[in-house]
Design a binder for this molecule. Structure first.
Ligand SMILES: CC(C)(COP(=O)(O)OP(=O)(O)OC[C@H]1O[C@@H](n2cnc3c(N)ncnc32)[C@H](O)[C@@H]1OP(=O)(O)O)[C@@H](O)C(=O)NCCC(=O)NCCS
Length: 177
């Protein structure tokens, strides 16, 4: 099993990032901890409705089967994160978000691949997630990373009665990512 808490170096188009604190040519994906709950909750509030509260995130981070990976800039500001459960042989991706000004630079893909890698090393047989059917960027990201649609949950999102598409990626120790 891969040792958690160690930064995972993932190549991405970071060199071209026109942001004040570029992270260099490599994106470092790192495990987040309870001390990061405030920053994760701020992104949750900004991008998800409903969203997880800071307390929910802090409590979840104390669970053995829950993980959040993130990308921070040189000042320690959280730019992106992915959260997931891993129970027995199933990984469930809960949320992934990239700050809007940092999108289309490979951060979402780097995080998703890092989560898949953790799932694979931990013995998961498949990775599952749900996504709003209108969320074109996220659906494109999941398809690019090998996920396939396996179902629809009608009216799953109660704030607007939107359908959720269920995506799956089968994982094997040989999964190439
Ligand atoms: C979905 C999200 C995480 C993608 O993050 P990102 O860092 O911009 O994605 P990447 O730059 O890694 O893109 C990887 C691939 O995803 C696809 N993709 C990402 N954004 C896209 C867009 N706006 N339109 C079409 N395809 C897109 C492309 O295939 C892209 O590969 P390419 O750049 O070689 O074409 C980001 O848009 C986001 O945070 N959205 C708001 C939160 C959200 O909806 N999360 C999903 C919850 S289910």
């Amino acid at each position: 099993m891969k040792k958690t808490g160690q930064p995972t170096q993932t190549t991405a188009a970071a060199a071209s990032m026109g942001i004040s604190e570029p992270v260099g040519n490599v994106v470092s994906v790192t495990a987040l901890h309870e001390s990061d709950a405030t920053a994760v909750a701020a992104l949750e509030r900004e991008y998800f409705q409903p969203s997880w509260s800071e307390n929910q995130i802090r409590r979840a981070l104390g669970l053995r089967h829950f993980r959040i990976l993130g990308v921070k800039n040189a000042n320690g500001q959280l730019l992106a994160y992915i959260s997931f459960f891993q129970v027995l042989d199933e990984q469930e991706i809960v949320n992934i978000a990239v700050r809007s000004q940092w999108r289309r630079r490979g951060l979402g893909q780097a995080l998703l691949l890092a989560a898949i890698r953790e799932g694979t090393y931990s013995g998961a047989a498949r990775s599952l997630l749900e996504v709003r059917q209108s969320n074109i960027p996220a659906i494109a990201l999941y398809r690019k990373c090998g996920f396939s649609q396996i179902g629809v949950r009608k009216g799953y999102y109660t704030n607007n009665n939107e359908n959720a598409l269920v995506f799956e990626l089968k994982l094997t120790p040989a999964t190439q990512i």
